[in-house]
Write a protein that binds this ligand. Structure first.
Ligand SMILES: CCCCC/C=C/CC(=O)SCCNC(=O)CCNC(=O)[C@H](O)C(C)(C)COP(=O)(O)OP(=O)(O)OC[C@H]1O[C@@H](n2cnc3c(N)ncnc32)[C@H](O)[C@@H]1OP(=O)(O)O
Length: 394
């Protein structure tokens, strides 16, 4: 069952047709109507109903549907077991194989029953997840608003602890580019829900392109370089409101912000060695400068998690606020900042940043190239598989 999570990419952006990622090949069914409870018609109706579901039933349910479909039409699993890194096909194989010798008729009946329960439960659940009002923002993974001279970019995958999936990397770049040109004076990045962000979405590693893991790593490095580059080049004051725990890349990027305000509930964790990875976000350069090389090593090499108070003492965080008054206090302050002359703020930022820009881009390029190699290492692959199969968490 845990392997179902390996298929995380199956529902990256859900629409009815994405259910077919776990494909339902059209086959002619030769079913003996008298020998079963669910008829061929019931079964075919159920298959059609699946395509009409309005809400993603989740990967575990999709794997169950897939396995029952295969068992009902082909009998016990007859495919060779996929390789350990062929994550999606392995999850499908595991699900089908787990049905053992379940008779075709029972599988068919179970399929029909499952679809019927899904249709009623999913159709009745019209509750919209907080922050999924996509029409108003045009973003799938963010909420972006502009008010009182402040553009707020809010990471909006609260149920995934605001983990950054590939779409979110692209959307953040888009939002930053738009914010750099809009008429706001300052830009703010924050998280929706209890986390600021749990860092890179580890299911990003499961979607292997035809060129294999090497191509995946290369594309990842290109995307990461462009993504971090947007933070290096951002022209207006950029402020992080760290509303809760922050992990991985969401921490390292803080070294590129102009101010970082944190709730006292926030923690700062960069467990790169645990994950077989290495620092990014220019942190190999900014952290030793901000907090001393030894303190940076404790975080980036040994994965020491800092409290908000510790991060403030190290200079990574500008100021810490009690969680109960965090939003009120920081927004009062930000609104006052936003009233300052925008051109003066821009020019002052430029003069601080310009001296470092070339260096930061060079560091970014080097970090991405090192990470590209790390992503292909057994240490990294094992860490990802362990997380996705729920053998380990931070
Ligand atoms: C272009 C590529 C660029 C790559 C740049 C590289 C960056 C490096 C990094 O960022 S390294 C950091 C990677 N992050 C992690 O290792 C965090 C992994 N997550 C956890 O350990 C835990 O989820 C937790 C400690 C953050 C929170 O634990 P908790 O028990 O409170 O909550 P859950 O584990 O139940 O999480 C709720 C759901 O959210 C999913 N989720 C959380 N974080 C991630 C993540 N980073 N990637 C993918 N999914 C994540 C989790 O799986 C749960 O989903 P579910 O409800 O569907 O089971």
């Amino acid at each position: 069952v845990a392997m179902a999570h390996l298929a995380g990419r199956l529902a990256q952006r859900w629409c009815p047709s994405s259910l077919q990622v776990i494909s339902f090949p059209v086959v002619q069914l030769h079913l003996n109507r008298t020998a079963m409870r669910a008829s061929q018609k019931d079964f075919e109706n159920a298959m059609n109903q699946v395509k009409l579901l309005k809400k993603d039933p989740g990967n575990e349910v999709k794997l169950k549907l897939y396995s029952l479909y295969k068992q009902a039409t082909e009998g016990p699993c007859n495919m060779p077991k996929p390789g350990v890194f062929d994550l999606i096909n392995k999850a499908k194989w595991d699900a089908w194989n787990a049905l053992g010798n379940l008779p075709k008729e029972t599988a068919r009946q179970n399929y029909v029953d499952l679809v019927s329960s899904l249709s009623s439960s999913l159709e009745s659940s019209s509750q919209v997840e907080p922050g999924t009002d996509r029409k108003s923002t045009g973003y799938e993974t963010l909420m972006v608003t502009s008010e009182d001279g402040i553009t707020k970019i809010m990471l909006n995958r609260p149920t995934k602890k605001n983990a950054l999936n590939v779409e979110m990397y692209h959307e953040i770049m888009h939002a930053l580019k738009a914010a750099s040109k809009d008429d706001s004076a300052i830009t703010v990045l924050t998280g929706n829900g209890d986390y600021y962000s749990s860092g890179n979405d580890l299911t990003n590693f499961t979607d292997i392109p035809p060129g294999g893991v090497e191509e995946k790593a290369k594309n990842g490095a290109i995307l990461l370089r462009e993504f971090v580059g947007c933070f290096i080049d951002f022209p207006k004051p950029l402020i992080a409101l760290v509303n809760g725990p922050a992990v991985g890349i969401s921490v390292t990027l803080l070294g590129l912000f102009d101010a970082v305000y944190a709730s006292d509930r926030a923690t700062f964790h960069t467990p790169f060695s645990h994950l077989g990875q290495s620092p990014e976000g220019c942190s190999s350069y900014t952290f030793p400068k901000i907090m001393s090389p030894a303190k940076a090593t404790e975080m980036l090499v040994f994965g020491k998690k800092l409290t908000a108070g510790e991060a403030c003492a190290q200079g990574l965080v500008t100021e810490v606020f009690p969680d109960s008054t965090f939003q009120k206090e920081v927004w009062t302050r930000l609104k006052a900042f936003a009233k300052l002359p925008p051109n003066a703020m821009r020019i002052s930022k430029e003069i601080i940043r310009n001296r470092e820009k070339e260096k930061l881009h060079a560091v970014n390029a080097e970090e991405c190239s090192v990470l590209q190699g790390r992503w292909l290492s057994d240490e990294c692959m094992n860490a990802v598989v362990n997380f996705l199969s729920r053998k380990s968490k931070l």
